[in-house]
Design a protein around this ligand. Structure first.
Ligand code: UT7
Length: 322
């Protein structure tokens, strides 16, 4: 049995925050943000909206696109660093309840690489014949863990959710080809929320996301370039064989640098960072969904995904869209 990407869906909150809006909040400007990151706008939740709300809407969209009912889902995995609750219950449990089903449901914490981690887990569950249809979701309300006084981070992130249904298939042509996931904890303080765990908790007022941006940038480019090069090589493929490069959307300069190392031309690189900013675990499924909706990514197209985030975690994946 193989695992395939059966359908995709996404959801973003209505409210849009532009670079001009941010100029009124912190000492920044549209030119700096655009030049250094490519970001122009990002979507932000209302105060009463939480991660499970976005995850639920993205899940409904993926179910609708698959013409499936929630009852047909065997398991739910949510990747998020902005869960509704610290520790418990998991956001996946809340999503299952909103969908009206009682199924195994679990969150994973792999920051911006979360979607690729859930993809790997779903693939393994299906290939071991444990489940047939797994709903994987990347959902974030990063606006709630951002320090809106810190210009080095608050301009970068946005809120949103993407969902996919990973299903069993006996047709090898439809199958997810390969996934590479990895992590190195020696970089754990490069991208961190120090005051949101039991280590420091109330002892510190550092409850917001903190990032050593420039250092993270350098490791991201180097690590992702190696990950995509390795996954292509071990599958006897080159950048020329790829129809769509769908990278994690953190910074267009990272995307550009990695694409160049495997010689993927600009027209094959999916870029949504300008509209949504960095939505962490949600960015890849949101980007795939957008391209499918536009009629660009079509059935049978070969996609290369990559992602890098806090931990550090990173990964890449090769799969056709089905
Ligand atoms: O998704 C998870 C992984 N995350 C990433 O991969 C993000 C990786 N990092 C990046 O994308 C980039 O490093 C940033 C976009 C965060 C920053 O770009 P940079 O080219 O690395 O800039 P920098 O941090 O070296 O800062 C350059 C200058 C500094 O001023 P000085 O010291 O040169 O006077 C900053 O203080 O830009 C200043 N700066 C800003 N200026 C205007 C930093 N943030 C801002 C801002 N507006 N928002």
């Amino acid at each position: 049995m193989y695992a395939k990407l059966k359908s995709i869906g996404a959801y973003v909150p209505d409210k849009i925050l532009t670079n001009k809006d941010l100029e009124k909040i912190v000492d920044t400007n549209d030119e700096w943000i655009t030049k250094r990151t490519g970001i122009k706008t990002r979507h932000i939740v209302e105060d009463n909206e939480v991660t499970s709300d976005l995850a639920y809407m993205a899940a409904l969209n993926a179910l609708e696109n698959a013409e499936m009912s929630a009852e047909e889902i065997d398991m739910i995995i949510v990747a998020t660093i902005t869960p509704d609750y610290f520790a418990m219950p998991s956001t996946a449990c809340i999503v299952a309840q909103k969908l009206g089903i009682v199924r195994p449901a679990v969150d994973i914490s792999a920051a911006c690489t979360g979607f690729i981690y859930t993809l790997a887990q779903a693939k393994a569950f299906i290939e071991s014949n444990m489940y047939k249809n797994i709903l994987i979701i990347g959902a974030e309300t990063l606006s709630k863990i951002i320090n809106w006084k810190d210009r080095t981070t608050c301009v970068l992130f946005g809120d949103g959710a993407g969902a996919a249904i990973i299903s069993a298939t006996s047709n090898k042509d439809e199958a997810i080809i390969d996934i590479d996931i990895n992590a190195d904890g020696k970089y754990s303080d490069f991208l961190i929320t120090p005051g949101r765990g039991v280590k420091y908790g109330c002892e510190t007022n550092r409850t917001w996301l903190e990032m050593k941006g420039n250092e993270t940038f350098k490791v991201a480019v180097k690590t992702l370039s190696k990950s995509v090069t390795d996954i292509l090589k071990r599958n006897n493929l080159t950048g020329e064989n790829i129809d769509w490069f769908v990278p994690h959307q953190a910074n267009y300069r990272i995307i550009d640098a990695v694409a160049k190392t495997v010689q993927i031309p600009k027209e094959k690189c999916v870029l949504t960072v300008q509209k949504y900013g960095n939505t962490s675990s949600a960015s890849i499924p949101m980007a795939i969904n957008e391209m499918v909706q536009k009629g660009k990514i079509k059935k049978g197209d070969l996609m290369l995904l990559d992602a890098f985030g806090g931990g550090f975690t990173w990964g890449s994946a090769l799969l056709p869209f089905y």
